[in-house]
Design a protein around this ligand. Structure first.
Ligand code: GLU
Length: 389
């Protein structure tokens, strides 16, 4: 059988593959400490689960509009206005199968063969692959720990060519956890407007911030920027709803019409009763307290894990001001990230994602969206491994 070149060029998602391997080892009875997938270990808050159950009882089990339930699209637009100062209405919003489909839809609707898409590295594993699937060209811009793994406006400007259509911004970042300051966001927006390119702003971690870090949506910088911005977000991380697969995309109406057409031929609507759970997540007065409780737990784990990393000789990581990842430099060990993570998993039963998945082979990603006992045990083992090298 010959697989199409379009799909044949793309490897499977390494974040999903490693977390599946860790789960399979656990099922075999191996005591694995998993720092792999970015998946909060908390149960979805009860009021959200109850709303979905009620929707089931009320028979909300039928096909719905491909772009999403109108009530949910309105609530999302309202949220984007209130939380993010983004001037969107319901028709600017599409409900998607997780944040992942929102990015995929937008890239497929916008990119033509040969269009260049600027992606700062380290990047989330799926961005370049989505661009390739759309037959665009990912242009990877390496960043370093010295700039906290952030792309500078100068770098962005220097990378733009006549073929550049889009650049990808992800703040707070997966895999580094770094957060662009409002001034940094404004400076990037200025470059994008001057060069007449689009931005995709992946804001899935916006609610998970530490030490007073501030989140600014790039589309809120000016109406000119809003016209060239695609805002992507979802319910998975803030509300611990990973398996529900509800995300969304907000953009100019013409683009939402195109992505809705696309979705009408692929997945159609997102699971109808799951959308009612998401509606409850956005509108219930109980939700902010639940988000804060989880954020505080992440904050505690972050302090612990950073202390442990800094106490291991040769290990370092930039201070993550958001999300639930630490991006650890392992270059002093002389191992590449795949070798390091393979040996760590096979011999010490600790799962981590090699930095190569994110375009940076000298690092690895630890997700601390897991319980404290596993973090303590896993860090003991990681330390043992590094000291044994
Ligand atoms: N976004 C999460 C991660 O990076 C979930 C896995 C995935 O979709 O890649 O671990």
């Amino acid at each position: 059988m010959k697989i199409s070149a379009r799909v044949g060029q793309v490897p499977p998602s390494m974040t999903l593959a490693i977390s599946a391997k860790a789960k399979a080892m656990k099922a075999e009875g191996i005591d694995v400490c998993s720092f792999s997938a970015g998946e909060p270990d908390f149960a979805t808050p009860k009021h959200i689960v109850e709303a979905a159950k009620q929707a089931l009882d009320e028979g909300k089990t039928r096909y719905g509009p491909a772009a999403g339930e109108m009530k949910l699209r309105s609530a999302i637009a309202q949220k984007l206005q209130t939380d993010n100062q983004l001037n969107y209405s319901a028709e600017n919003v599409q409900v998607t199968n997780g944040g992942k489909q929102s990015l995929f839809n937008a890239i497929l609707a916008l990119i033509e063969p040969g269009d260049e898409v600027i992606i700062p590295a380290p990047y989330w594993v799926s961005y370049p692959e989505m661009v390739k699937l759309a037959e665009g060209t990912p242009i990877i811009v390496p960043t370093t720990a010295e700039t906290q793994y952030k792309i500078t406006p100068e770098q962005l400007k220097a990378t733009i060519t006549a073929k550049t259509k889009l650049f990808v911004l992800n703040s707070p970042s997966n895999p580094t956890g770094v957060v662009y300051t409002p001034d940094e966001i404004r400076a990037l927006a200025e470059v994008a407007i001057d060069a007449d390119i689009w931005a995709i702003s992946d804001e899935i971690y916006e609610k998970i911030l530490y030490d007073g870090a501030q989140h600014l949506s790039i589309g809120a910088v000016s109406p000119e920027m809003l016209d060239r911005t695609i805002t992507s977000n979802g319910f998975a991380k803030a509300f611990s709803m990973t398996g529900w697969r509800v995300g969304y995309l907000a953009a100019p109406v013409a683009l939402i019409k195109a992505t809705s057409t696309l979705q009408s031929h692929s997945t159609s609507n997102v699971c109808t009763f799951a959308q009612y759970g998401a509606l409850e997540a956005l509108t219930s007065p109980e939700s902010p307290g639940c988000i804060e409780q989880m954020r505080q737990a992440f904050a505690q784990r972050r302090t612990y894990i950073l202390d442990r990393i800094h106490s291991i000789p040769g290990m370092s990581a930039p201070q993550p001001d958001g999300a639930f990842y630490v991006f650890v430099d392992i270059s002093s060990t002389g191992l590449n990230s795949l070798e390091f993570c393979d040996r760590l998993l096979e011999k010490y039963h600790v799962a981590a994602v090699p930095g190569i998945a994110f375009g940076t082979d000298t690092c690895l990603r630890l997700s601390y969206a897991t319980d404290m006992t596993s973090i303590e045990k896993g860090m003991d083992r990681l330390e043992q491994f590094v000291r044994s090298l």
